[in-house]
Design a protein around this ligand. Structure first.
Ligand SMILES: Cc1cc2nc3c(=O)[nH]c(=O)nc-3n(C[C@H](O)[C@H](O)[C@H](O)COP(=O)(O)OP(=O)(O)OC[C@H]3O[C@@H](n4cnc5c(N)ncnc54)[C@H](O)[C@@H]3O)c2cc1C
Length: 316
């Protein structure tokens, strides 16, 4: 295993050693990172990317770390993290403009504070704006009348990204393909984004705020929100598979198959929500991976359903 305490940082660059995935992911697992780069500006980001390329180092981008499970052996490369310099947001008319590092629940607060609607779904998703756009995060939100599913793609207007060589790339919404928890952004790093939201009257803003509170309360009731996890591990099966198994989603399917509580090492299928793997703090990324594979094996054997992962299990 890599010992990051002995890794030397390249001179003249704002890179650190001594960081680990356990420290920077919500699952709280994963080993040491050779170089941690947190650029202080767009120019700094461009020179970091050029330097990584010049040295031929492997690169991973990490946002809030809420959708990643990393291996215990760590990473012999550079983890690029958009930190404080990219954690900002402002409202321009009915547009929300945000840095790539800004936490989604912070954006819920800002938008409702400016009487802008459609972004209530973000209140319980603990991701960064950049990572969430890249993976097209989404959840139940509020449309003024009903609760309905919404995602980043629904209200995105445009974004600024960098390619791995350090070049700026400006994209409009129409230039990007989005599908369920997926985008066509590939290797691009999202540093800034603009969303077009719905202006609300004072009375509407009150109703939207109540709806946001209901969404949060529902999450607290139905999800293990106070223990380390990476959210839902698997996508929900397609309609055919749901009809065949009589379940509305993966959580219900795992409950029906009595897989809740199944554990390996420090990782366990949550008793609260069957689609969450939780870590007890002693677990490793490898425990989570083994448990996920065992669940997939049992589900396939018992129902014929292939579970597809939503969380990214990194292997280097
Ligand atoms: C309790 C809990 C509840 C959750 N609920 C939901 C939910 O309701 N809906 C939902 O969709 N997700 C949910 N998630 C998962 C997660 O919060 C989202 O997927 C989130 O959008 C991930 O963003 P991140 O910044 O944490 O990305 P990370 O986990 O840091 O990275 C995920 C992927 O995005 C890439 N990436 C990160 N930042 C950037 C960037 N700036 N530019 C380009 N690529 C980047 C990474 O390389 C990686 O491949 C939940 C997670 C938890 C722990």
């Amino acid at each position: 295993m890599l010992d990051s305490t002995t890794a030397c940082t390249p001179p003249g660059l704002n890179w650190k050693s001594g960081e680990s995935f356990a420290r920077h992911t919500t699952m709280r697992v994963g080993g040491p990172i050779r170089f941690w780069a947190e650029p202080a500006s767009l120019d700094d980001l461009a020179s970091t990317l050029r330097e990584v390329q010049k040295r031929g180092l492997p690169l991973q981008v990490l946002g809030a770390g809420s959708n990643v499970v990393a291996p215990q052996s760590g990473f012999e490369g550079v983890v690029l993290h958009l930190g404080a310099a990219f954690d900002w947001a402002r409202v321009e008319g009915s547009h929300l403009v945000t840095g790539g590092a800004t936490f989604l629940p912070k954006l819920t607060k800002i938008t409702l504070g400016h009487r802008l609607g459609n972004f209530e779904w973000t209140c319980g998703v603990p991701g960064s704006a950049g990572g969430s756009i890249w993976g097209n995060a989404g959840a139940r939100g509020f449309n003024g009348h009903d609760f309905e599913s919404r995602d980043c793609a629904a209200d995105l207007h445009s974004l600024l990204a960098f390619d791995r060589s350090g070049h700026r790339v400006e994209l409009q919404r129409k230039d990007i393909e989005f599908s369920y928890r997926k985008s066509s952004l590939g290797e691009l790093i999202v540093v800034e984004a603009r969303f077009a939201l719905k202006p609300l009257s004072e009375a509407q803003a009150r109703r939207h705020t109540e709806a946001k509170n209901e969404l949060l309360a529902r999450r607290r009731e139905t999800q293990p929100v106070n223990v380390p996890s990476a959210g839902c591990i698997w996508k929900n099966p397609n309609r055919e598979a749901c009809e065949a198994t009589g379940c509305r989603g993966t959580g219900e399917l795992l409950e029906k198959l009595r897989l809740k509580g199944l554990s390996f090492g420090g990782a366990r299928i949550s008793e609260v929500h069957g689609n969450f793997i939780v870590s007890d703090g002693s677990g490793s990324g490898d425990d989570v991976r083994v448990l996920a594979s065992e669940v997939e094996r049992q589900v396939l054997q018992k129902t014929g359903v292939h579970l597809e992962r939503e969380v990214r299990f990194w292997e280097f």
